[in-house]
Design a protein around this ligand. Structure first.
Ligand SMILES: [Zn+2]
Length: 261
């Protein structure tokens, strides 16, 4: 093994801790609080938490996600250390990886795009987008392209969001007619607007366009397969409209593809 890979392994493992920690505490307490056991809520000591030990109170092991994040982050750091993103380089690339990790885990587990992570992402996005575009266009025009990409991403999703509200209203009426209580399910989460805005800043104009199309196509394909499975099980009509489409992870895949591959 190449001895220089020790550094990305260590950085990757530390970044895995950070992604896990933020994903554990931010959705629950909205601040950087002491991490607690997901099963019995007893606070972990930092030594227990960082060594990934099972809870000393209830004996439950740490989640599979915790281990997956540690391993995948470390592997990704080593890979992009050896084959860095041409657009980002190594340091910015690692920051973006950590950011994508946090957004993906929180979105998958809680269907949430949090405002603090969107705000931090906007700052990172502006730096990344400006750095990508200023190489060819100079600093001012580069920043302009980043901001234009952000406005475009946010604007497109705002239109889709408003359309989703119409669908949700139709659905609520349908559920009322069937005598079911209404819920607050949205076809497209409002947080996806902010995420698309952040990714727009990162990629800038016109790359955000391609990343969004890629994300929507991929999300649509997976949703279509999902609906097909429901249809085959003859549950289409009652469940088809109740299926939330979490576009966030698909947008991240689209942006990841554009930035890293
Ligand atoms: Zn416990």
């Amino acid at each position: 093994m190449n001895v220089t890979l020790v550094l990305p392994v260590i950085l990757g493992w530390i970044s895995g801790w950070f992604i896990n920690y933020v994903s554990d505490v931010l959705p629950l307490t909205r601040r950087f609080s002491q991490p607690v056991c997901a099963h019995c809520q007893k606070p972990f000591s930092w030594a227990e938490y960082l060594t990934l030990r099972r809870c000393q109170n209830c004996g439950k092991p740490r989640s599979l996600r915790t281990w997956l994040v540690q391993i995948l982050t470390t592997v990704a750091f080593v890979y992009f250390w050896l084959f860095p993103s041409k657009a980002l380089g190594i340091p910015l690339g690692m920051l973006v990886l950590v950011y994508f990790g946090i957004i993906t885990v929180i979105d998958l587990e809680h269907r949430l795009i949090l405002h603090p992570t969107s705000l931090a992402g906007a700052l990172l996005g502006l730096i990344v987008g400006t750095s990508i575009h200023s190489r060819a266009d100079g600093l001012l025009l580069g920043a302009g392209k980043s901001i234009l990409g952000g406005l475009f991403g946010f604007g497109v999703m705002l239109v889709l969001y408003l359309f989703g509200m119409l669908v949700a209203r139709y659905r609520a009426r349908k559920m009322q007619a069937e005598g079911k209580p209404p819920d607050d399910e949205e076809a497209l989460g409002g947080g996806d607007m902010y995420l698309a805005g952040v990714l727009g800043l990162m990629l800038g104009w016109p790359f955000i366009w391609e990343a969004l199309v890629l994300g929507v196509l991929l999300g649509g394909l997976i949703s279509f397969l999902f609906l097909l499975a429901l249809l085959l099980r003859r549950r289409y009509f009652s469940e088809a409209l109740m299926t939330f489409i979490p576009y966030g992870p698909y947008f991240i895949i689209g942006a990841f593809y554009k930035l890293f591959l």
